[in-house]
Design a protein around this ligand. Structure first.
Ligand SMILES: *Cc1c(COP(=O)(O)O)cnc(C)c1O
Length: 338
């Protein structure tokens, strides 16, 4: 099978499995796991933040960030197709007791002036704006890169209003590699950030949240409350260290393969690539073939290719570490037969 459903499907590399085997461990709830501590220090440094925390998943990281920044009854501003709003089961309302206020973005980027006018004032009728959430790269916008300039402007608006900014940077390393800049260019315009180790970076489990020391201390308590305080977890932090040190630069190859795939698809009539393919995600509208996404996914699967639905006529294909150049050729050959 050529598995293009997500970059989450990557299997740990040999080096990761060996690192897991040899990892030095301790009880991380007592902060005694040297491997976790090393991963957190390394992540904080790379992300340009004072401190970092290893969490079980991207969703848990985002939830801890919202719980740490907000009080019940606060309002959170976020993009209408953002992962936190669209794909986290309404968790920020269920757990943090906040209400959401969505803004429509352009290729994942919210207009700073719209964010500004959505921030609440002093009127006692209104909720307090507790947090602004950004997403980069933006998943539902097809791995679109939100520009540093857009983030800077929103951060400025937020600072004036004394509202923190959380970045869901599940695939932020993809944005930095594609732009050829340091990841800190993006993170400097945030109060906190979440990055996934288990997507394009290939680790089997885990995410990092980073921010200032006070934020991470409070976040650590929320992680414990949510049952995310783990014990000899150096065994799974060890591959995270390899993810951050060895797996970042190679994301460029995933982006190249996504571009190759998109260029091939553009030459096949009836299929339309609907995103800019900034990074490793290709969104294809199949309505020109008079087909639904479900039907195309079914036909692809019968021919050995896995994809996911992104709407009634749109499918998503994602490149990653376990996808080879020849497999993109094979995928294009299959699309030509459909
Ligand atoms: C995958 C993803 C998450 C959630 O990560 P999990 O580890 O699957 O919980 C959050 N935000 C974005 C943008 C994602 O793509």
């Amino acid at each position: 099978m050529i598995d293009l459903r997500s970059d989450t499907v990557t299997k740990p590399t040999k080096a990761m499995r060996e690192a897991m085997f040899h990892a030095e461990v301790g009880d991380d709830v007592y902060k005694e796991d040297p491997t976790v501590t090393r991963l957190e220090q390394m992540a904080a440094e790379k992300l340009g933040k004072e401190s970092a925390l290893f969490v079980t998943s991207g969703t848990q990281g985002n939830q801890i960030a919202v719980l740490t920044h907000c009080l019940p009854g606060n309002e959170v501003l976020l993009e209408k197709d953002s992962h936190i709003f669209y794909y986290e089961g309404g968790a920020i309302s269920a757990f943090a007791g906040v209400q959401t206020r969505t803004i429509s973005g352009n290729k994942g980027a919210m207009e700073p002036s719209e964010v500004q006018s959505a921030i609440r004032g002093d009127d006692i009728h209104e909720p307090e704006t507790g947090l602004i959430c950004l997403e980069n790269t933006h998943n539902r916008a097809g791995g679109a890169i939100v520009s540093v300039e857009n983030m800077r402007q929103i951060y400025e608006v937020a600072q004036k209003a004394n509202v923190p900014v959380h970045l869901d940077g599940a695939r932020l390393f993809n944005a930095a590699v594609a732009k050829g800049c340091a990841i800190t260019e993006f993170t400097k315009y945030t109060s906190s950030v979440q990055i996934c180790l288990s997507k394009g970076l290939g680790a089997p489990i885990g995410s990092i949240i980073a921010g200032d020391q006070t934020f991470i201390e409070k976040a650590r308590k929320w992680r414990k409350r949510l049952g995310g305080g783990l014990r000899q977890v150096g065994t799974i932090a060890a591959p995270g260290i390899i993810a951050l040190s060895d797996m970042v630069d190679r994301l460029a190859m995933d982006h190249e393969l996504a571009k190759k795939l998109a260029n091939g698809i553009r030459n096949i009539s009836g299929f339309e690539v609907v995103n800019d393919v900034d990074t490793n995600i290709v969104l294809i509208d199949v309505k020109g073939k008079q087909l639904t996404s479900a039907k195309v996914i079914d036909q692809l699967k019968k021919r050995g290719i896995l994809a996911v639905s992104f709407g009634p006529t749109v499918i998503r294909l994602t490149t990653h570490y376990d996808v080879k150049n020849e497999e993109i050729d094979q995928t294009l050959a299959v699309f030509n037969q459909l």
